[in-house]
Design a protein around this ligand. Structure first.
Ligand SMILES: Cc1cc2nc3c(=O)[nH]c(=O)nc-3n(C[C@H](O)[C@H](O)[C@H](O)COP(=O)(O)O)c2cc1C
Length: 276
């Protein structure tokens, strides 16, 4: 085979391979968009983890379509939602730790990494303790979670080289929130559910875990789960709206335009919550 013929043959084989691969993705998951099939996305669709496993990240195209971003942003961010549908199937320890790994790399004040996560897998003795904290309204949808997490943050920090003086950390919850967002983004791209919850008994959580309120703040709970196959999900995904940019961003000082309250949207949201 001459060089030119070989190159043509190789290109043809590559095209067939790509077609086969994208067809397989489409049949398996018609409502999800892999990065490879989005020509606008410049990031690679696969990433090597642990030097052995290949992970394909996916972004829910139905969510992206339902959200009108004024400026083009990464589909990882735009496609993240807090779904409520979970299958109750377990997550492996590796899958869970991968999510906490994402949280680990969040930024924090003075690199204090004040976030703390306590988790329970649904098939373990600890689970009932975690589940008992969740308000009934939330329990209705997170009964099928694979794991429940309580997020806390360390309220104090030490100056480098001086372990004697404890100072208040002004951003402990902010940093824990950043860690939760990293966790949520990783989960979303792996088509897993991460749903934060403030609807739980905080006081009971302090008691159940024996958390010293002088030193730690309990910030939120998270339900983590496996999403149903795309064809078993509600036809329209839950796509929450957002305020306009000029209601929370202004140049030079805080001069935000008041939020225009869209009554029909508010009713829609109230309706949605009352059905939970
Ligand atoms: C700290 C925090 C607490 C939340 N608490 C609850 C909750 O108790 N119950 C619930 O259904 N959703 C809860 N949510 C989810 C929000 O309602 C959701 O993030 C918001 O409506 C935006 O939707 P999205 O995450 O799908 O973009 C919470 C989210 C955060 C960040």
């Amino acid at each position: 085979m001459s060089g030119r013929v070989f190159v043509k043959y190789f290109q043809k084989q590559l095209a067939i391979d790509l077609l086969f691969k994208s067809n397989r993705n489409i049949t398996r998951n018609s409502r999800l968009l892999t990065a490879a099939s989005n020509p606008e996305l410049k990031t690679p669709d696969t990433m090597t983890t642990n030097n052995t496993n290949e992970t394909t990240y996916t972004y829910d195209q139905a969510v992206i379509k339902g959200r009108n971003a004024d400026h083009s942003i990464h589909p990882l961010i735009l496609s993240r939602t807090s779904p409520r549908e979970m299958t109750g199937q377990l997550l492996s320890d590796g899958e869970l730790m991968t999510l906490f790994e994402a949280a680990r790399w969040a930024p924090s004040f003075y690199n204090q990494q004040p976030w703390r996560f306590a988790y329970a897998k649904r098939n373990t003795d600890n689970y009932a303790k975690f589940e008992s904290l969740v308000w009934p309204l939330n329990l209705q949808w997170c009964r099928e979670a694979s794991a429940l997490v309580v997020v806390a943050s360390h309220k104090l920090f030490y100056m480098k080289g001086d372990n004697t003086k404890e100072l208040p950390n002004p951003t402990h919850s902010f940093d824990a929130g950043a860690a939760c967002m990293a966790l949520a983004l990783e989960a979303n791209a792996r088509d897993l559910v991460v749903h934060c919850m403030a609807g739980f008994d905080y006081q009971k959580a302090y008691e159940v875990f024996g958390v010293d309120q002088q030193r730690y703040n309990i910030d939120c709970m998270i339900a983590i789960g496996r999403r149903p196959e795309p064809n078993l999900r509600p036809h329209e995904p839950r796509v929450s709206p957002r305020n306009a940019l000029n209601t929370f961003v202004s140049e030079g000082s805080f001069r935000p335009v008041p939020v225009q309250r869209n009554e029909s949207k508010i009713e829609e949201i109230q309706d949605r919550y009352s059905k939970t």
